[in-house]
Design a protein around this ligand. Structure first.
Ligand SMILES: Nc1nc2c(ncn2[C@@H]2O[C@H](COP(=O)(O)OP(=O)(O)OP(=O)(O)O)[C@@H](O)[C@H]2O)c(=O)[nH]1
Ligand SMILES: [Mg+2]
Ligand SMILES: [Zn+2]
Length: 217
């Protein structure tokens, strides 16, 4: 990516970050390849955090509003960004959406990035942390082939573990590879289908939010 593009992006990301800090919102940038289960993880997360944290969602999609429609059903404030062809979100796209939320009423804003395991990781949106979803159906080699997204993430959800009996995936090896890329990674084995494994992820999110709120005080 050309340096001036990323530099301009970083400037807007810094502005977004300032707004998030002022309003005390923890922002998570959720990334993965298409279909790994970002929206499904979001749906489970919204359910699980109901009554625990106040959520907001930004949905990044190339053309459709389908994911935003799925999230709306849960009664959570959601804003759609259509990237009109672009295969990632950037800070400039996120900035105007912040006007559409009452950020003081939100503890945790989750941004679902465009399904793409490559360039979303290059664009800072002003988030506090990034997390990646990697489903067990994608093949064991994905961390090694696409390391940047995992190096840049604080947590990885290894999703679709309900399918493990039917496929050839060595999750222990997958976790080893992920840790080799980023030893600090928090790893969560989950199934957005059954809800298995979600509680540690939800507690982790609560802790992240709490830490930021303590910083603000
Ligand atoms: N079996 C199983 N299927 C899942 C699980 N999580 C998601 N799926 C299915 O995987 C497909 C894709 O899920 P989405 O949540 O739409 O994936 P996404 O990452 O948001 O997709 P994009 O936004 O298009 O990149 C859907 O058919 C889901 O029902 C899971 O844990 N187990
Ligand atoms: Mg989605
Ligand atoms: Zn892109």
């Amino acid at each position: 990516m050309a340096a001036p593009v990323l530099q301009q992006n970083d400037e807007v990301a810094a502005e977004n970050r300032k707004v998030f800090l002022q309003k005390g919102v923890f922002v998570l940038n959720l990334m993965s390849s298409p279909g790994s289960g970002k929206t499904s993880v979001l749906e489970r997360t919204i359910e699980g955090l109901s009554g625990r944290l106040k959520l907001g969602v930004v949905e990044g999609d190339i053309y459709t509003t389908r994911d935003a429609e799925r999230i709306e059903k849960y009664g959570v404030p959601v804003v759609q960004i259509n990237t009109a062809g672009a295969c990632h979100l950037d800070a400039r796209m996120v900035k105007p959406t912040l006007e559409d939320f009452d950020l003081r009423e939100i503890d945790l804003l989750i941004v679902e990035n465009v399904g793409n395991l490559v360039c979303p990781a290059e664009f800072d949106l002003g988030e506090d942390a990034r997390a990646a979803v990697l489903s067990v159906t994608e093949g064991n080699d994905k961390p090694v082939k696409y390391p940047l997204v995992f190096r840049e993430s604080r947590a990885v959800l290894i999703n679709k573990i309900d399918l493990l009996p039917y496929i050839d995936c060595d999750v222990d090896q997958l976790e080893k590879d992920l840790k080799q890329i980023n030893p600090e990674l928090m790893l969560f084995r989950v199934s957005a289908r059954s809800g298995e494994g979600f509680e540690p992820w939800l507690s982790w999110l609560e802790n992240q939010v709490q830490e930021k709120q303590t910083q603000k005080r």
